[in-house]
Design a protein around this ligand. Structure first.
Ligand SMILES: CC(C)=CCNc1ncnc2c1ncn2[C@@H]1O[C@H](COP(=O)(O)O)[C@@H](O)[C@H]1O
Length: 267
């Protein structure tokens, strides 16, 4: 028998699998693949309970977080590159402003942002995902949760954050960016700031959004209002702080108006 700890490892929610115990597919894949039709009747009801347990676990662990910001970006960047440095600096700037930093808990920009936050004395959170290849939370994560299902994990990124910082990245990063923009556009979240960092990287996409999407009437001018584009970590933090302040001001104004109405009713 081989020593299982020397081989590859897979995290499936709270479960760690090594060696022969690693299944050939992931939980997300088994749920979503229509070729597993024969399992729908027998397995999906149990899967629903596992999905529920991911929400319960996430809500339980994250409900005491201080105000937080979710930071996204490529899993592929290596330390020592300008983009890694930018991610580390924005993690640190957010921590100094009192925000916990939530990332996908993986390598690349996620690790850089977690490192920046942890070294600046902030709280560094990683929401990992089961992937079909070996994967572990990066060493800078202080609170880590491993998810089986992408959609449960994505709820946590939005629910516990005051905003998103999006660094250069690939499909995963685009998915997270456009989910945030869709939630803002459809008013599922209100005043949720989205900061794009890396002006050169985003220029082509933003030109296309303005030149093709907007001109073609597929979005409205105001849909772009909440995007802030910058290379400056302090400006990114300032933008999120301003959005938080606007929410606080609105809540205070509403509380004052409610109190006035209550006073009038009792006088
Ligand atoms: C080396 C490698 C590819 C590791 C993948 N390991 C990962 N671990 C955790 N989250 C991830 C990972 N890959 C993609 N993501 C998610 O998708 C985004 C990055 O995807 P991408 O590299 O831009 O498309 C991250 O913000 C993260 O939330």
């Amino acid at each position: 028998m081989t020593n299982a700890s020397r081989g590859p490892e897979r995290h499936k929610g709270p479960v760690t699998l090594r060696g022969e115990a690693i299944p050939p597919s992931t939980a997300d894949e088994r749920l979503l693949d229509s070729r597993t039709r024969d399992e729908w009747k027998t397995k999906d009801a149990w899967r629903a309970l596992r999905i529920l347990s991911e929400f319960v676990e996430g809500f339980e662990e994250l409900s005491d977080l201080p105000p937080a910001v979710s930071v996204f970006g490529s899993a592929r960047n290596k330390p020592g590159t300008p983009e890694w440095d930018l991610a580390e600096r924005v993690g640190a700037a957010l921590a100094r402003a009192g925000y916990a930093v939530i990332t996908g808990g993986g390598p690349g920009m996620m690790e850089a942002a977690n490192k920046g936050a942890a070294e600046a004395g902030g709280l560094s959170v990683g929401l990992g995902i089961e992937l079909p290849f070996e994967q572990k939370l990066n060493d800078w994560v202080q609170i880590g949760i491993d998810f089986r299902y992408f959609f449960a994990r994505k709820t946590m990124f939005v629910k516990y954050a005051s905003g998103f910082v999006v660094l250069p990245g690939g499909f995963g990063t685009m998915d997270e960016l456009f989910e945030a923009l869709t939630l803002v556009q459809t008013r599922k979240v209100t005043r949720f700031p989205v900061v794009l960092m890396g002006t050169d990287y985003w220029a082509g996409l933003l030109d296309w959004i303005r030149g093709t999407m907007l001109t073609g009437g597929k979005i409205g001018e105001h849909d772009l209002d909440l995007i802030c584009l910058t290379d400056d970590p302090d400006k990114a933090v300032e933008h999120i702080l301003e959005a938080d302040q606007a929410i606080a001001d609105r809540a205070a104004a509403k509380a004052a108006a409610d109190q006035k109405a209550a006073d009038r009713a009792t006088s």
